[in-house]
Unconditional design. Structure first.
Ligand SMILES: [Zn+2]
Length: 362
């Protein structure tokens, strides 16, 4: 501050500080505080003294509430309604960006690369320079139908069912060869296997020929008449997936959750090798590397690779990617890779990733 221009420091302009008067969120006892803008302020104190109540619970909360109020009443109807924090007066508030230590979402589609937008720059590079040419940049995204691996739908892992858990090869269907919720002898789901003309209900599973076995596991769906009613036949493995695994909302009953736990494990997708991408975007290369290999590289190594791109047609994207990766290295995250699932980052790592994202933002 020694070289600060000669302004009179006692005449602080009204807008140069955030003024908090009478903050009472949680245990705060009517705190008054002025926080200078364009400066780094640090709140310290004993655990439980109210640092978070003041910073997150009062200042950031009110900023968020004011931003929410700029939406139409109709839109606001779909947003959580936030109460005004308990404070007498808050002045000169600007938009708050919260960079906290909360873990990043457990969304399986979120990675370090998607969270920082580094992936969008990489995709742009590939859409212009890849050998062979694959297409526009969305064709390189595992979150679009064009780019995602069809086998794992862009997740990179698939659930595998352990047959030894739900099938007894020594038994026939009539003896209860299937053990899964709703598949006991006489249960509704079981009756589909009893009814299908392609299976002998008294034949032990170990005696099925290849055709019977395929029909039993993966056959259908096929509508079959049964008495007066129609029932749809679906192979038992497909049926279990449909009932218990491929649901938008996971089952809640404990015995079903236990069953899913015992019967299924997640394994790397054999089709895409975990890269989440369809074949064309998965195999195209730039400077000898596929987009998946780059995403798996350590960020400090990736930074070097980007440095070797000199094609003027992608200069702005290469520049932006370089800046982003340098920031990651500067905050000590050079050991991460873009493919790292965001949900597996520690609180401190997540905080630094968020910081880089916001610092790089226009
Ligand atoms: Zn896959």
């Amino acid at each position: 501050m020694a070289n600060d221009h000669s302004a009179d420091h006692s005449a602080v302009h009204d807008h140069d500080e955030i003024r908090v008067r009478g903050a009472r969120v949680n245990n705060l006892k009517g705190i008054d505080v002025d926080i200078p803008k364009k400066a780094l302020s640090v709140f310290t104190g004993l655990s439980g003294s109210g640092k978070s109540s003041l910073v997150f619970g009062t200042i950031a909360a009110e900023s968020r509430r004011l931003i929410d109020e700029t939406y139409s009443t109709f839109i606001q109807g779909f947003m959580p309604s936030l109460p005004r924090p308990e404070v007498d007066h808050l002045e000169n508030l600007t938009a708050a960006i919260v960079v906290d230590q909360e873990r990043m979402g457990a969304n399986v589609r979120s990675t370090v690369g998607t969270a920082t937008d580094a992936n969008s720059y990489l995709r742009l590079l590939f859409s212009r320079l890849s050998e062979p040419h694959v297409g526009a940049s969305f064709a390189f995204s595992f979150n679009t139908p064009e780019g995602m691996c069809p086998a794992c739908e862009g997740v990179g892992t698939v659930s595998v069912l352990d047959r030894s858990v739900y099938l007894d090869m020594e038994k026939s269907l009539a003896e209860g060869a299937i053990s899964a919720p709703g598949f006991n002898v006489g249960d509704w789901h079981w009756t589909a296997y009893e009814a299908t003309p392609k299976l002998d209900v008294n034949k032990k599973l170990k005696d099925y020929d290849d055709e019977e076995w395929e029909w039993f596991l993966h056959g259908g769906p096929v509508k079959e008449k049964r008495g007066g009613s129609n029932q749809t036949y679906l192979g038992v493995e497909k049926k279990l997936r449909q009932l218990f695994l491929d649901r938008d909302t996971p089952p809640k009953q404990k015995h079903i959750l236990d069953f899913v736990d015992r019967v299924s494990t997640r394994e790397t997708c054999a089709e895409c090798g975990g890269t989440r991408l369809a074949e064309a975007p998965r195999t195209a290369t730039v400077r000898g590397k596929t987009i998946g290999e780059l995403a798996d590289m350590q960020i400090d190594e990736l930074l070097e690779w980007v440095g070797g791109i000199d094609d003027p047609s992608v200069a702005p994207a290469a520049r932006a990617l370089k800046d982003m990766l340098s920031s990651m290295v500067n905050v000590g995250l050079g050991y991460l890779s873009l493919s790292r699932a965001a949900g597996t980052l520690s609180g401190g790592e997540a905080q630094r990733v968020k910081m880089v994202k916001h610092l790089g933002s226009a």
